[in-house]
Design a protein around this ligand. Structure first.
Ligand code: PRP
Ligand code: ZN
Length: 289
């Protein structure tokens, strides 16, 4: 259907599906139930969502069947499609790892020599082996790679590990990492030539970046004795200069600042030691820097 909308490809069913939809909803896109349909039009935005197998997404974006897509870097690098990676999305983190039956786990890359390795990622694995000058046999399997060792098809596997549940259920143990991945937004190389669609992409990227930076930041508020103000300001890893407000109590000031979320627990002890009180930490919904 050619309605001029930007076509965004998403993984139909898998590790990235729910988080991709969640990100788009945080960006203000009004998305209805999507579970059974191949294509969904977003009601309040010029985007159509296409639900596809993740392995197919880079090629569809390269060929222009979809204009943009959300997919793992693992698939992007494996497929070697000619697309642009527009943004890293900070979720769907996983590792492509060597894994083996519990009693036979390689400790370092040279232990792979002479082994047979089953994988759905032959390109990434072969590149890794070549770079490390290791001679192993790679067998390409498109799904359920984890059962290859028990079937006697391969000594080892090279597959995606996220929580580790799949390996555990198949009595496999992880060895070392070949490639690290997270979800990315990819786009078609020629999209710039379609002014309207390109404008929608840029607006979407602005929204995504504001959601991502808001997620990584928190709004910190506290009261500080006037005499300790410099000390407290020195402790705050603020993204911008903190805001200082007067209080009815003339001995104290209120200090407000936006800080990186992960810093809070590192500075809280020092803030209290510097006399900060009434410390509040708020989530930020959106942040346009
Ligand atoms: C990967 C991999 C495992 C699973 C591992 O599949 O093939 O099945 O994730 O995750 P775990 O460590 O949390 O158990 P993916 O979601 O990439 O889907 P696909 O292989 O069907 O494309
Ligand atoms: Zn896949």
């Amino acid at each position: 259907m050619e309605n001029g909308n930007l076509k965004l490809a998403l993984q139909k069913k898998g590790r990235l599906s729910d988080r991709s939809i969640e990100l788009l909803k945080h960006c203000g896109l009004d998305i209805e139930t999507y579970s059974e349909r191949l294509m969904v039009t977003v009601r309040n935005y010029n985007v159509d969502l296409l639900f596809l197998r993740d392995d197919d997404i880079p090629e569809y974006v390269q060929d222009g069947v979809a204009d943009i897509g959300i997919v793992g870097e693992d698939v992007v690098y494996e497929k070697q499609s000619d697309i642009i990676v527009s943004e890293k999305l900070g979720f769907g983190r996983c590792r492509l790892m060597i894994a083996a039956p519990n009693d036979n786990v390689p400790e370092e890359p040279s232990d792979l020599k002479g082994k047979t390795i089953a994988t759905s990622y032959p390109n990434i694995l072969k590149k890794y082996l070549a770079e490390n000058k290791i001679d192993s046999k790679v067998i390409e399997i498109s799904g359920s790679v984890e059962i290859a060792p028990s079937l006697g098809v391969a000594d080892l596997i090279c597959d995606i590990v996220s929580t580790g549940t799949t390996l555990m259920m198949n009595k496999l143990k992880k060895s070392f990492t070949v490639f690290e991945s997270e979800a990315v937004l990819i786009s078609n190389k020629w999209l710039q030539e379609d002014k309207e669609k390109y404008a929608v992409l840029n607006d979407l990227l602005l929204r995504i970046r504001s959601v991502l930076s808001a997620k990584n930041s928190k709004y910190l508020m506290m009261n500080v004795p006037k005499k300790n103000l410099d000390k407290v300001i020195g402790l705050i890893p603020s993204l911008k200069s903190p805001t200082i407000l007067h209080l009815a109590d003339e001995e104290s000031l209120a200090v407000h600042a936006v800080i990186p979320s992960e810093q809070f627990w590192k500075i809280i002890g020092d803030l209290k030691a510097a006399g900060a009180s009434g410390i509040l930490l708020f989530p930020i919904e959106n942040m346009i820097i």
